[in-house]
Design a protein around this ligand. Structure first.
Ligand code: F6R
Length: 608
């Protein structure tokens, strides 16, 4: 992961670099640094820990200069430390670089460079690239970078600064995101849009294996054959506010509260009267009929969306659906062919394992449809078909609105395919569309009771173990609820299919153990209630989430019931996940955790 920024222009570089890094801290935050060039000399400042530590240091020293690069790190090679922080400077002091990715052949290159007399200060793979460019430098930094990348294996987004040529910055992209922001007599490099939004909305997106030569008033992009590429300017219309906290204490709460809007934006353009449209994607009935199965591949919460979608799509289409964790899929030699539709799900569109799984699926002849939030991301670019979630930028490491919008698109897809295949009637289509259209309003209703959830959190925030139980789609939502809780509050939790608990795990239930149960499915309600009784009689405290019309039955066995508005069975996950997100948020708040940036995590996982 890691975040990269760069600036070249007439103004001081440091203010932009620090501001940009702040917006990119979600990509990694174990150390940060900047390199600024003035009078042909590169000055480096870098510190272990949060960006604020670097900012505090820089306050007291002079780092003037109108060209520079910066980095916020999520460690891969070498522990977080001042010396391992980026930028890395070459031995001659002439070349500084920042890097996002992994150089797989760095040991070979390092040994080669040591033989040539280079000394290394850090444990990183990145320092090798700085020294390699230095070794190849012959008065032209653009040529040296191009030569160097021919020798690199792995993934890299790079920004390169050369003390002898302080009128240019070089940016390189391979398998990691990088954009160029276009200003007026100034230009920017960034890993992601929020970093540059306060300065410009006009950007160039670099494609893989492209190198950009950036000066104060020009940007030229070249492919790996050295041919200049034409690139259209992309205008970003995100409002700055949607990339900022907008008055909330944390991005996570802001993003939870944005869900009605995000879901509405995601579904609205895909529903036209009583029909579903998949943007410009058209699957023929014949293609769908010939599908032997559908594979959904993703990581983390996006995988949990797939777990819900399995129940939904199988019900609506009667096609078998497999759900895979991307890091498993890519190495298990999956049985797929041209009659398999692979759906990859990713908020960032940059998750390394999901991207690799996508490539694997294409290699095996399958068509790939991606559900992605970041427009123009690597996964979107490589897919045969893309459905974008219109969630806007998601900054909190723990996903909320991306999960909800991904789920909405799964309903859209399921209804579309079911209708085409004739496995659901026109009346079903109409009813499902009605239910889906009501979800934003129903989510809004649930969010109004956030203070009640806060009160519940106050009772349980000291729990040491929490179990989430449910059946069918409720079980799939339990997985997401459990992940949400553990990743931001650091409480151990597990999700179990309610009927499975008694096959071992129930031995962990003792007096006061918190069990969160979800029971939204009419046909399974009594079964889940029996499972709740089983844990209750062993001392568990019960929070139950169910539909409003189940009040009578659930209130007798629940310490704290939470009621949801009524929707159709397959769409209850869109509602039941909301109290779980809020519960995790408030528990983490009461435990004084770093909610938007939980320990050991980063927003965009661009390493395997
Ligand atoms: C958890 C979370 C992660 C991501 C996962 C995939 O709250 O956000 O589990 O869902 O890292 O990321 P994307 O969706 O960017 O591929």
């Amino acid at each position: 992961m890691c975040g990269i920024v760069g600036y070249i222009g007439k103004n001081q570089a440091a203010p932009f670099l620090l501001h940009g890094l702040e917006k990119l801290e979600y990509r990694g935050y174990d150390s940060s640094g900047i390199a600024i060039c003035s009078d042909n000399k590169i000055k480096l400042e870098k510190k272990k820990g949060r960006l604020q530590i670097l900012c505090d240091k820089i306050k007291d020293i002079n780092v003037s200069g109108t060209i520079g690069i910066g980095h916020t790190r999520w460690a891969t090679h070498g522990k977080p430390s001042d010396v391992n922080a980026h930028p890395h400077l070459s031995q001659s002091g002439k070349i500084a670089i920042v890097h996002n990715g992994i150089i797989e052949n760095y040991i070979t290159l390092k040994n080669f460079l040591i033989d040539k007399g280079y000394n290394f200060l850090s444990d990183t793979d990145t320092e090798v690239v700085a020294q390699l460019i230095d070794y190849l430098y012959n008065g032209n930094i653009f040529d040296a970078v191009n030569e160097a990348i021919k020798k690199l294996e792995g993934s890299y987004a790079l920004a390169v600064l050369c003390g002898d040529e302080p009128d240019k910055l070089i940016a390189v992209k391979k398998d990691n995101p990088l954009i160029i922001g276009l200003g007026d007599n100034e230009n920017y490099i960034a890993s992601d849009v929020p970093a540059i939004l306060s300065r410009t909305r006009n950007i160039f997106r670099l494609n893989d294996n492209e190198v950009a030569l950036i000066t104060v008033n020009d940007v030229k992009i070249y492919n790996n054959n050295g041919e200049e590429q034409n690139r259209n300017v992309t205008h970003v219309d995100w409002d700055v506010d949607s990339a900022e906290k907008g008055g909330y204490e944390h991005f996570m709460l802001k993003e939870i509260m944005e869900q009605p809007k995000a879901i509405k934006a995601t579904i609205a353009s895909r529903i036209a009267e009583d029909k579903i449209r998949l943007d410009d994607i058209e699957f023929s009935k014949e293609y769908l009929q010939n599908l032997n199965k559908i594979c959904i591949v993703a990581c983390g919460s996006a995988y949990h969306v797939g777990c819900v979608a399995k129940y939904v799509i199988e019900k609506l289409t009667r096609k078998p659906v497999e759900v895979d964790i991307a890091s498993e899929f890519r190495y298990r030699n999956p049985i797929i062919d041209k009659n398999t539709l692979v759906i990859v799900v990713s908020q960032s569109g940059e998750t390394a394992d999901t991207f690799a799984a996508l490539k694997e699926a294409k290699k095996m002849g399958a068509k790939v449809l991606s559900i992605v939030n970041v427009v123009g991301s690597s996964i979107a670019n490589e897919s045969d078909y893309v459905l974008y979630t219109w969630a806007g930028p998601e900054v909190a490491v723990a996903t909320t609105k991306a999960y909800s919008t991904q789920l909405s698109l799964m309903y859209i897809l399921g209804i579309y395919m079911g209708e085409k295949l004739g496995t659901i009637s026109q009346e079903d289509v109409k009813n499902y569309i009605d239910s889906l259209s009501q979800i934003p309003q129903q989510v809004e209703e649930i969010l109004k009771s956030k203070d009640d959830i806060y009160e519940i959190a106050k009772k349980y925030y000291n729990s040491q173990n929490v179990f989430f139980i449910g059946r069918n789609v409720d079980y799939a939502v339990c997985m997401e609820g459990s992940l949400k809780l553990k990743e931001i509050s650091y409480i151990h939790s597990e999700a179990y299919a309610a009927g499975e608990l008694k096959h071992g795990t129930i031995s962990l239930i003792e007096d006061g153990t918190l069990v969160v149960s979800i029971a939204t499915q009419d046909n399974l309600f009594d079964k889940t209630v029996s499972n709740i009784r089983e844990v209750k009689s062993r001392g568990a405290s019960i929070i139950s989430i169910t539909a409003d019309n189940k009040k009578d039955k659930i209130s007798q066995i629940s310490d704290l019931p939470i009621y949801l508005p009524k929707t159709c069975d397959i769409m209850t996950p869109s509602l039941s996940v909301i109290p779980l997100q809020l519960l995790s948020y408030y528990i983490a708040l009461l435990r004084e955790c770093d909610i938007d940036k939980p320990r050991n995590l980063a927003k965009s996982v661009t390493v395997e």
